[in-house]
Design a protein around this ligand. Structure first.
Ligand code: FAQ
Length: 315
């Protein structure tokens, strides 16, 4: 088959909603775009464990501690499904981890902000997982089979994460004057960075057009961001708190909430490695990787011992 015919068969499959599988022919750029996005997504889940992991020892009750441990463990699991999905595109997990640790690979801007108080655990769950889930529900229908299937499982866990975050804030919002203030302060600090999670505005998004044609993305960055603003602006009423944006108001012509301008300089600065916690996150990742070497070596040695035992039995 000529390249032209292969490309046509590939696009026909996408148009008919048939998933692309690892052994199918695919354009090199499709492979690369998926690899980039899935590995960045995996890195985000793994680095995303740090801001919350930071609060496990300081959770206010045993119940909250158990919930937080379970959530952070879920994020590790999400990272592993995603690394596995990315590996089907021809790059090893070791290589991807090396790219993360060296600072070559990107991960979500949001995880470069600090978690300063317990209320941040609520705000991260409600806003960060809330933003992540809107994006990920769309990705359950992405065209690359292994990515779509990983997303279905991840979304089930993510919706629990969002609800536990909202409930944490709900308790604080009904508490003492100090607890209410802590709740509002966390919302104020996490609101704008959460909006940035959806990526640059559509006019600046270099990958969106092609990714939409290939159905890797089903909605644009701005469409998802708007959906998030509409959802959160309603939900916050139940908390009796406010969003730190005086331009939020209902627009009946558009049937959506209008909102203020994002600070795009801040966004690009964080993406380029200069956010409040970028350096700290990479330092911790590298230290953990180094300190975990003996665990990886022990696991490999054990697997090898088991393999030899099975081979000996067969012989
Ligand atoms: N941060 O052309 P676009 C989570 C980069 S998971 C850093 O619009 P695209 C769970 C982008 O890579 C959160 N970089 O890009 C959790 C590209 O650079 P490149 C992660 C960003 O890919 C919760 C350039 O800008 N979710 O939170 C960001 O079409 C709580 C141009 O942008 C995913 O990864 C950003 N925010 O659209 C865990 C979902 N935005 O590589 C723990 C999958 C953009 O060309 C605790 N990813 N860039 O040099 C996606 O859906 C897409 O990749 C977008 C960006 C929508 C993020």
């Amino acid at each position: 088959m000529s390249l032209h015919d292969l490309e046509k068969t590939f696009q026909d499959k996408i148009d008919k909603e048939i998933k692309i599988e690892p052994k199918d022919w695919m354009p090199e750029a499709y492979r690369k775009t998926n690899l980039r996005q899935i590995s960045q997504h995996a890195h985000s889940e793994i680095v995303g464990m740090l801001p919350e992991g930071n609060w496990i020892t300081r959770a206010p009750t045993l119940k909250r501690k158990a919930i937080l441990i379970a959530k952070v463990q879920d994020e590790a699991g999400h990272g592993l499904y995603l690394y596995s999905a990315a590996e089907t595109l021809g790059t090893s997990r070791e290589q991807m981890v090396e790219d993360l640790n060296s600072g070559k690979a990107k991960y979500s801007s949001i995880f470069n902000y600090p978690t300063l108080t317990w209320a941040d655990m609520g705000a991260v769950g409600w806003l960060v997982d809330g933003a992540a889930i809107l994006n990920q529900v769309m990705l359950c229908r992405t065209s690359y089979g292994p990515y779509a299937r990983a997303m279905v499982r991840i979304c089930k866990e993510e919706s629990f994460h969002q609800r536990q975050g909202f409930e944490t804030l709900l308790v604080l919002s009904k508490g003492t004057k100090e607890q209410k203030a802590m709740c509002q302060d966390a919302i104020n600090r996490w609101w704008w960075p959460s909006l940035m999670m959806f990526g640059p505005k559509d006019s600046e998004s270099t990958n969106s057009d092609q990714s939409i044609k290939w159905k890797i993305k089903r909605k644009t960055n701005d469409e998802l961001r708007q959906q998030f603003v509409d959802m959160i602006t309603e939900q916050i009423k139940l908390l009796g708190m406010t969003l730190p944006d005086e331009n939020i108001r209902w627009n009946k012509e558009r049937n959506h909430y209008d909102f203020g301008e994002i600070n795009w300089d801040e966004f690009w600065n964080v993406v380029k490695g200069n956010g409040p916690c970028n350096k700290q996150r990479l330092e911790v990742k590298n230290k953990d990787h180094q300190e975990g070497l003996w665990v990886r070596e022990a696991a490999l040695a054990y697997a090898e011992k088991k393999r030899l035992r099975v081979t000996a039995k067969v012989a």
